[in-house]
Design a protein. Structure first.
Length: 164
């Protein structure tokens, strides 16, 4: 079975026949063009069918990923609530920081990392950072208006294939 690439190579070779002035080449060109065009069109339809199937499978996989992520979130939330309940019982009800059972040891520990901080008032300027961002919209508008900027330029738009 010919690949789409080999068929397109044959098509390019056929175009070379198109510039021939020999009457036999003209008839061979017409006959071959018709047959080759039909084969290429069939091959392209086959590609579209396989691509549609692959897209459908990909969509099904994404749906399953989303379902499993939602299930994971529910399980994580249950685990967090249970842990919070144990912490609450140990600190508020039992007033104990460590409990040892036959299978586990439960210990209330201080959190690591930086100590939490809350800002409640207006912060003076000397405690602020200035962050500069590139204004891409301003740059784009100037380039589209014809300005030449040494640090930026507009790129060519790419292409994509639409199959209907």
């Amino acid at each position: 079975m010919d690949t789409l690439y080999s068929l397109s190579d044959e098509y390019v070779q056929l175009m070379d026949l198109a510039i021939s002035t020999d009457p036999e080449d003209e008839q061979a060109f017409a006959d071959t063009l018709e047959g080759l065009t039909a084969v290429i069109n069939t091959k392209m339809d086959d590609y579209a069918v396989v691509m549609t199937h692959l897209k459908g499978r990909s969509d099904l996989i994404q749906t399953e990923i989303d379902r499993l992520k939602a299930m994971q979130q529910v399980i994580d939330n249950h685990e967090k609530r249970m842990k919070a309940a144990l912490l609450n019982v140990m600190t508020e009800k039992l007033n104990q920081r460590k409990i040892t059972t036959d299978f586990h040891t439960f210990t209330v520990c201080k959190n690591g990392g930086k100590q939490p901080m809350e800002i409640t008032g207006e912060v003076p300027d000397n405690y602020k950072r200035v962050v500069y961002e590139t204004d891409t919209e301003k740059i784009r508008k100037e380039l589209e208006a014809g300005a030449t900027l040494p640090f930026a330029h507009l790129e060519e738009r790419g292409e994509h294939l639409r199959i209907k």
